[in-house]
Design a protein around this ligand. Sequence first.
Ligand SMILES: [Zn+2]
Length: 432
Amino acid sequence: MIESNIKANILSEIDRRKGEIIDFLRNLVKIPSIVGHEGDAQKFIERKFRELNLDVDVFEANSKELRKDPAFFETTSYKNMGYKCRPNVVGKLRGTGKGKSIILCGHIDVVSPEPVSLWTHPPWGAEIVDGKLYGRGACDQKGGIAAMIYALQCILEVGVKPKGDIILETTIEEEDGGIGGALATILRGYTADAAILTEPTNCTFIGVASAGVLYFRVKVSGKPAHASVAHRGINAIGKAIKIYNALVRLNRERQRRIKYPLAEKFAPDLRGHVTTLNVGVIKSGDWPSTVPGWAELECRIGWPPGEKLNDGKKQIENVINKTAMTDYWLRRNPPKIEWIGWQAEPSEQDIGHPLVQTVKKYAKEVTGKSITFYGGHAGLDTRHFIAHNIPAITYGPRGENYHSVDEYVEVNSVVDVTKVLALTLLDWCGYK
Ligand SMILES: [Zn+2]
């Protein structure tokens, strides 16, 4: 429970600072922080955390330590760039004691804005038109980062002292699996009684599930020959198409079988599509007059909670091996499967947990709308917290076009999320 005068003070402090919150967000959006290049934006955050007098920790992930965790996999950005100059930033406020602690975490990395020529508003311009702030990362998820920082700042400004510890984190490479980001902060010792990840959720949704995500490559071999005597060779493209068709059939069978109502809440067209197996890359051959001796398919499969990572791997292995057995060449030259990049288990947060109910209560109070639980259609960093026994949800502002052109966040929704988070912090951590 929060006393009504304290609640009123904090809400009016947040309204008073609306311009400052939006300026902070605009400056953050103007710093490009594409996965692998998070350093400059993290310096900006570090300065802000120091201004707030938090205990600040800026650290690069240690890949040796990460490898000991069962969730570890080598991310693409780590393979290409390592973790140097890509720190995570943590700012901790020590509570006065005897309160519950909480982590507010946002990922600083954004995806590429290409093709930039299609944007109406420049991706690093942070232009505001009709209450919408445009830019790559404005919605996913720098709006949420601005909200979580100002939620704490406004509490401190009005002189309230939280009893429990409050830990703010901005982490790297969420878009790539969050191994050197959210997971690295947990392994460094930052744990709490709960965590809120400020991903965009339209203010009226609370994300309570993370999808399983698995990347894999299938290498198919053929037998090269000159095209004029193609009958002496084995065309790897033809063999790869057999594998492609088998994966399409597996996808259809899974889509008929696997249901997950929480994912359909996100968008009605997800009904019957809560799992997807996508062949995203196919490569083969290099010369029109050569029978190609090799082909590769790269694929991503995503699925909601209910099925383990290893079950998915077994289904893929089975379908590829079975298909190979029906082909005289592939039977003797079986395709090779490699697990590459994302290897994430799905996870779920119990909606009866007090954290979920606290956020729901204040989200309803601030927005005046009913609040819906959803999730399980995208891989999220929440899974790292839940795997380490920290209850975790996503909650954040409203916007559109993330991972697309003209991404924007609605400015007023950032202010609403700031309010919901501030009230949640006081209720959860207690205060003096
Ligand atoms: Zn995100």
